[in-house]
Design a protein around this ligand. Structure first.
Ligand code: OGA
Ligand code: NI
Length: 345
């Protein structure tokens, strides 16, 4: 519990154990202006569906990241969610102590930094609340009881966010030419909520809130609030994801990259800190259940485009992913198939 950044950060210089090696430091944090990720208005799908499909598909192929507006999740739900998550992190430590755990298998837990505080070489400027959202009626009983509105608000956010995730997946299904409903059942059955809290940091140039990573799951829907911090790695540089009112950030995870046989991109991203204000985000991580088999969709592969990955259980991938501490290409390595030149000649 004492390890939580929000417990001790006030008025202290950055501890040495939070300083990243020079090559991963964000440095002076200049984000090239004009360069940002695509913004897609989903309301437009009602008028011109094929155009919306094209926009979502292009963004997923080129960036692996986009923001959605007019997405159908109400402003009230977004505001309630951000407020209740911020309130959670603002509560006195005694109120949160029972949720703190260093056991990654706990269904609902509060922890800090990244995958394993005890073994990581240096730490990250972040506290995390993470819990399952499926099956909702079972796991909701384990969610925080305070703030008192937490369960109600996050239940609504998770149901609406899941619906939005499925809408976007269906647009991608059509765009890729997969059979309708391809992602609707097993592949998107499970969901996690991850709320990240990055307190103001005494030296944002030396540390990170969250290291460079790709998400392991199918697709992620993130409510990022009003503060800059999320960056996407594109064409050799970091670009900032501009906070937009009532927008949600969407990114493709490894699972979707694999199922699409690399037609969609799982983009690397990270979170930087700032010295002025705390930043809080709430992400919904949609994935298959851990026992599901993941493999490139059969209809996307043929002799000219052989499958680039073998079939595996999602839990096998997850345990390898976490052992690689999120390192993107290394995490995929044991699941890749050798590209057989003879097939295409
Ligand atoms: C994540 C993530 C970004 C953010 O939780 O995987 O990428 O801005 N979060 O909090
Ligand atoms: Ni992420």
């Amino acid at each position: 519990m004492e390890r939580l950044v929000s417990n001790w950060y006030n008025h202290r210089p950055l501890p040495e154990s939070y300083i990243c090696p020079p090559e991963t430091r964000p440095g002076k944090l200049s984000i090239p202006s004009g360069d940002t990720i695509p913004v897609v208005s989903l309301g437009e799908a009602l008028i011109n569906r094929s155009n919306t499909i094209l926009n979502v598909l292009r963004a997923s192929q080129e960036f692996g990241f986009f923001q959605v507006v007019n997405h159908g999740v109400s402003e009230k739900v977004l505001n309630d969610t951000m407020n209740v998550v911020e309130e959670f992190f603002k509560m006195p430590m005694e109120e949160k102590a029972s949720l703190y755990s260093e056991d990654p298998n706990k269904v609902c837990r509060l922890y800090t930094s990244n995958i394993n505080y005890g073994t990581e070489k240096y730490h990250f400027w972040r506290d995390i609340l993470k819990h399952h959202c499926h099956p909702l009626d079972d796991c909701i009983k384990l969610w925080p009881q305070k703030p008192t509105r937490y369960r109600d608000v996050i239940r609504t956010f998770s149901v609406e966010g899941k619906k939005l995730g499925l809408t976007i997946l269906e647009l991608l299904t059509e765009g890729l030419g997969l059979e309708s409903g391809y992602f609707k059942k097993d592949l998107s059955e499970a969901m996690l909520l991850v709320a990240n809290h990055y307190p103001p940091c005494p030296d944002p140039s030396l540390t990170l809130g969250l290291p460079k990573h790709c998400d392991p799951n199918l697709i992620t829907i993130l409510l990022q609030g009003h503060t800059f911090g999320l960056q996407v790695f594109k064409d050799g540089q970091w670009i900032g994801v501009q906070p937009l009112p009532n927008a949600l950030v969407v990114n493709i995870g490894h699972q979707l990259r694999i199922v699409s046989n690399n037609k969609l991109k799982s983009a690397e991203h990270r979170a930087v800190t700032n010295s002025k204000v705390a930043r809080t985000t709430a992400g919904l991580f949609i994935s298959s259940s851990e026992d599901s088999i993941i493999e490139p969709a059969k209809s996307l592969t043929n002799a000219a485009q052989p499958p680039l990955y073998r079939a595996f259980r999602y839990k096998e991938f997850l345990s390898y992913y976490f052992s690689m501490m999120g390192d993107t290409e290394l995490a995929l390595q044991p699941f890749k198939l050798p590209f057989n030149q003879s097939v295409i000649s």
